[in-house]
Ligand binder design. Structure first.
Ligand code: NAP
Length: 462
């Protein structure tokens, strides 16, 4: 193949990869097409990698092969982790992505430090700073989620000033390098300062806020990759990085909105701490509880049932039992639908993924805004391991830390049944007035076992 024909083929492959990335994002936005979305993204990435391997500027493949083997050795086990470990797995992926972007930027600087222009130096410095802070920040986030590091926000007086000063130092070093790119001693100092800033950025944030932080770090990793695309003059990297950066940012905004929290509150609010004190010292109140037999009788007498899944269903891995419950009730002529809150569980789309895994038909999954109007006509709202996303205090109690967070209005259903193991609070660490209402029955037990018990009573299951 002639040089220009090869270049044309490479450009074509890159354009196809970019189209596949955009298509992937589009398909990922609905549970029905999400699997195709993943496939489109995978093919796009494979195409971009293979095309790059044909780049005529590549002189030898030895190091690339070694890196591919190491990468696959790390990546394959990472792909096999349990669903509940996906947030920390995602944080690790961002850490690796950001590390590679930072390292390529560092290599670019050392290869061309004599000839690098001021503009290029600015690009490299910005890219390396963002890549480095995203690397350490993502590692801390993964450590918190895996409970290798303390989950609580680690805060001290004057913390924000210290953190901002460290960031300012990194930026000052970058400016000094732009003024004189040949000032090589400053470069490693800038990298180290940026790495330290990543640690300082994430340590004060509580473990429970990590999903939002991870999606923000995802966005940083994308920005860093896009900047790297400019440094390397790679259009596919610019577009892929921009898509990654913007989608991560949009996701963070959606999550903050669904929790009625601001970015500032997530990043600097030390959320987990305040709640722990609030959870303590509440007086004993009476709740009514019921057995699987009683719950089965109530469900089989109902016409309309709305199931509200939450984090507890994920922990208990109860989704397959929930599917059996759906089957047996549907067979009895009960209309069963699922109410999906945007931040139920611990990661975006958590409930959609679990229910899809259990083959529950997509058209039975109804988004919060759409289903909320139906609760007054619902006979039974069956809450399975969800707590905060059903807490009516978010609507009525101005002093509640979750006041203003949009919730599923389950308290408007004729009967509410809540499966959870105890009266312990959920993520926000606060009591839920729903449990003390006249129409509420508490079904105490592990979600998988309790739902299994109801299914047996109804004569279903395998
Ligand atoms: P939640 O408020 O954390 O409540 C989960 C409930 O599940 C707990 O009250 C717990 O009670 C119960 N549970 C735990 N293990 C269980 C088991 N094996 N069987 C039965 N029940 C079990 O969960 P949520 O209602 O899904 O709300 C999600 C929360 O996470 C929100 O506050 C949201 O803001 C936050 N968040 C979500 C995301 C996201 O992307 N989805 C991101 C950041 C923050 P027991 O201990 O009594 O069983």
């Amino acid at each position: 193949m002639t040089g220009s024909a090869l270049q044309l083929s490479l450009d074509f492959a890159y354009i196809a990869a970019v189209v596949l990335f955009i298509l992937s994002l589009k398909l990922l936005s609905s549970p029905a097409s999400a699997r195709w979305g993943v496939l489109a993204g995978e093919i796009g990435a494979a195409l971009a990698v293979v095309a790059t391997l044909f780049n005529p500027e590549l002189v030898q493949y030895r190091w690339i092969l070694i890196a591919l083997v190491i990468g696959a050795g790390v990546g394959i086990p990472l792909g096999l982790v349990h669903m509940t470990a996906v947030p920390q797995r995602t944080a690790l992926s961002h850490a690796f992505g950001a590390l590679s972007a930072a390292m390529i930027g560092i290599a670019e600087y050392y290869v061309s430090k004599r000839s690098v222009t001021r503009f290029e130096m600015g690009e490299i410095a910005l890219e390396v700073i963002i890549g480095s802070l995203t690397f350490t920040g993502s590692l801390i986030a993964a450590g918190k989620l895996q409970e290798l590091l303390p989950q609580r926000p680690i805060v001290y007086r004057g913390q924000n000033i210290v953190s901002l000063s460290v960031l300012a130092a990194a930026v000052a070093l970058a400016v000094a390098l732009v003024v004189n790119p040949a000032h090589t001693v400053l470069f490693p100092v800038m990298v180290i300062v940026a790495l330290i800033f990543g640690v300082l950025l994430v340590t004060p944030i509580g473990g429970a806020d990590m999903p939002t932080v991870i999606s923000l770090l995802n966005s940083y990793a994308g920005v860093s990759a896009a900047l790297l695309g400019f440094v390397l003059n790679s259009k596919v990297l610019v577009v892929a990085g921009a898509l990654d950066g913007s989608s991560g940012f949009i996701l963070s905004v959606i999550m903050c909105k669904a929790m009625n929290r601001s970015f500032t509150n997530v990043m600097f609010g030390a959320f987990g701490q305040v709640q722990a004190t609030q959870a303590a010292g509440k007086e004993e109140r009476v709740v009514r509880s019921a057995t699987p037999e009683e719950a089965a009788a109530i469900l089989s007498a109902a016409n309309k049932v709305v199931v509200v899944p939450g984090y507890g269903m994920a922990v208990a891995q109860a989704q397959h039992k929930v599917r059996e419950l759906y089957d047996v009730l549907t067979k009895k002529g009960v209309d069963v639908r699922f109410a999906i809150h945007p931040v139920a569980g611990r990661m975006p789309g958590h409930m959609n993924v679990l229910l899809a895994e259990a083959d529950i038909p997509y058209d039975r999954l109804i988004e919060m805004d759409e289903i909320n109007g139906d609760f007054p006509q619902t006979d039974v709202a069956l809450v399975i391991g969800a707590n905060d996303v059903t807490n009516p205090a978010a609507r009525a109690d101005h002093s509640s830390p979750i006041f203003g967070m949009p919730i599923l209005d389950v308290d408007k259903a004729h009967t509410v049944m809540v499966i959870k193991r105890s009266m312990n609070p959920g993520f926000a660490g606060i009591d839920n007035p729903l449990y003390y209402l006249d129409q509420t029955l508490m079904l105490f037990g592990d979600a998988k076992q309790f739902v299994g018990g109801i299914v047996r009573e109804l004569g279903g299951g395998h």
